[in-house]
Design a protein around this ligand. Structure first.
Ligand code: SUG
Length: 468
């Protein structure tokens, strides 16, 4: 296992015409532990603890810097406004000043106040499902923001996600940002966390994998919610213009969900030709294997090597699996597994990754990153990023300063240090001073990222929306 080369100099690497861009969600200034996610063991276990928004944001930026320095293309998505303006209106408190509105909601339920202040958009894997232009019938990149109806606090996210994506992927000739699917249990959608893509290389037509926990008409079952329906994926296949023969569906194993794998990316990760998965990830692994192209290399990790409980505690499979920029002359990809620090502290997971490198597959390297603040809410390296395969022309067409370089990362680090608190408890969410701090921080961020009128792209406040 190698340490992240955070201190090495950037290596100039020729960027292939099509490349995967990882857009990480910049952690917002209200990062806290309110215990809002039933079925997510880390969130449930951290409830009420003191969070550090500053450390959380700096940890996220350090990961982005490490990947940028490895020659990968790294993007950043700004956090939305808090409190959530649309949510305040829909909850009937949009006529109040934001601080008073949050207090009024706290009077109904403290969890509701925490919901409109949540920094959960940092888990950008849940922002949307994305299909690259090589997979779609109109040769545009399609995004469907996830409705996230399975958790109250996340169900508000998509309105601002749509706005943020439309402000960055503004070019309609190249990008389509759909509305989220309707907010009903039948269409429950958690975005890219339950979506994978296989291709010989990123820029070639791929096979997209849609993972779901239940059928739309299933009766409630199990200990923890099944957050995704098959129907959501089926609708996305059609609206993205995917070839149905290149879309594969797989049900999550009930056992995995009830053990705490609330998203499939907690127990499996795909990249180009590789699928790394726990043996208990899928309901019918044999059927899935038959449905995938034969060139997919499936690295199945048995319970005997890493028990499911260790997989979930360590987030081994929530690692990012990334193709490094330089292929060997034979065209073989070399892949980097970016794993959270908890993997190193979980003996079964640590031995597994130590043996993994050097095996007969493309995963040549492991880097360990510290994302402890996010991990304590159930979000590892794969949760904090949205993968978007883009051609060189599509990258040129992006609006805003959203692809990082060392200067932008330095500015973002300094911005975090200027605006973020060191400590935040759920009770602090009622502090009117916090809302002013968030407003100031986001105003400055929209200038820094050159995203107009964004506050960072969250758009108008509740009052403007109410009178619009
Ligand atoms: O949806 N946690 C998030 C974690 C999402 C992880 N994403 C992926 N696996 N891709 C969730 O459960 C906790 C918020 C709180 O408790 O305050 C939270 O929303």
């Amino acid at each position: 296992m190698t340490a992240p080369r955070a201190t090495s100099m950037p290596v100039p690497v020729p960027v292939a015409v099509s490349a995967e861009v990882n857009f990480d969600g910049l952690v917002g200034p209200t990062h806290n532990y309110a215990g809002l996610s039933f079925g997510n063991r880390a969130s449930m276990g951290s409830a009420g603890q003191i969070a550090s928004p500053r450390a959380a944001a700096r940890q996220g930026l350090a990961k982005m810097r490490m990947l940028h320095r490895r020659g990968l293309i790294q993007g950043v998505l700004p956090p939305p406004r808090r409190p959530d303006p649309e949510a305040l209106i829909r909850l009937g408190v949009g006529d109040l000043e934001p601080a008073a509105a949050v207090r009024a909601l706290a009077g109904v339920s403290p969890a509701l106040a925490a919901a409109v202040m949540s920094a959960s958009s940092m888990w950008a894997a849940n922002a949307a499902t994305v299909s690259p232009s090589t997979d779609t019938s109109d040769a545009r990149v399609h995004f469907t923001p996830a409705n996230l109806v399975s958790t109250t606090h996340r169900s508000f996210e998509w309105h601002q996600t749509v706005r943020i994506l439309r402000s960055i992927f503004r070019d309609r000739e190249r990008f389509v940002i759909h509305d989220a699917l309707p907010s009903a249990a039948s269409f429950a959608d958690e975005g890219a966390a339950n979506h994978g893509r296989f291709a010989p290389v990123h820029g070639r037509p791929g096979v997209e994998l849609f993972v779901y926990g239940r059928d739309a008409d299933d009766r409630p079952a199990g200990d923890f919610p099944r957050r995704q329906t098959r129907m959501a994926g089926e609708l996305i296949v059609r609206s993205h213009g995917l070839d149905p023969d290149r879309a594969v569906f797989a049900r999550q194993a009930a056992r995995a969900i009830d053990a705490g794998a609330f998203h499939n990316d907690v127990v499996s990760v795909a990249n180009e030709t590789v699928l790394l998965a726990h043996e208990s990830a899928f309901d019918d692994p044999i059927g899935l294997r038959r449905s995938l192209p034969e060139w997919v290399e499936w690295i199945e990790v048995p319970e005997a090597a890493v028990p499911l409980s260790d997989a979930i505690a360590s987030y081994l499979f929530n690692s990012q699996l990334i193709t490094l920029p330089n292929r060997d002359p034979g065209g073989r990809a070399s892949m980097l597994l970016v794993a959270p620090g908890e993997v190193a502290n979980t003996p079964s997971a640590a031995s597994f990754v130590a043996e993994l490198v050097g095996g007969d597959h493309p995963i040549d390297e492991v880097a360990i990153v510290d994302l402890r603040q996010s991990m304590r809410n159930g979000g590892g390296p794969a949760c904090v990023r949205l993968r978007v395969v883009l051609t060189a022309q599509e990258r040129e067409a992006l609006s805003g300063r959203v692809l990082v370089d060392d200067d932008l990362l330095d500015e973002l680090d300094a911005w975090v240090d200027r605006h973020y608190r060191d400590e935040l408890t759920p009770a602090d969410l009622l502090d009117p001073g916090l809302i002013d701090e968030v407003d100031q921080a986001l105003d400055e961020l929209s200038t820094l990222l050159v995203l107009d009128g964004h506050r960072a792209a969250g758009g108008p406040g509740a009052r403007e929306l109410a009178t619009a």
